[in-house]
Design a protein around this ligand. Structure first.
Ligand SMILES: [Zn+2]
Ligand SMILES: [Zn+2]
Length: 86
């Protein structure tokens, strides 16, 4: 009976941890996008074409801790870079 309790507690703790972790990532992502969008409006960021193929691009963040460190990638290459990371 004691063993069982231990595992549930651990699971609960682990769940909370994951939830908080995801929330932090989510907030960082949100802030990065928000800042980047504002910077774009203020003319701080130049809209460029895809670095790889030169097609119409969207913003990509390599590191959400650096909101203004932006890469420009088209939909296809953007998805590719995200897939490669995992
Ligand atoms: Zn591309
Ligand atoms: Zn991206």
């Amino acid at each position: 009976m004691k063993e069982y309790r231990k595992t549930t507690d651990y699971k609960k703790y682990h769940c909370e941890y994951i939830k908080n972790y995801n929330a932090t990532i989510g907030i960082k992502k949100y802030i990065s996008r928000y800042l980047a969008r504002n910077a774009k409006h203020m003319g701080l960021i130049k809209i460029l074409d895809c670095e790889i193929c030169g097609n119409k691009a969207e913003m990509h963040h390599d590191d959400y801790n650096k909101p203004l460190d932006i890469k420009w990638l088209c939909r296809k290459h953007h998805l590719e870079i995200h897939k490669r990371k995992k």
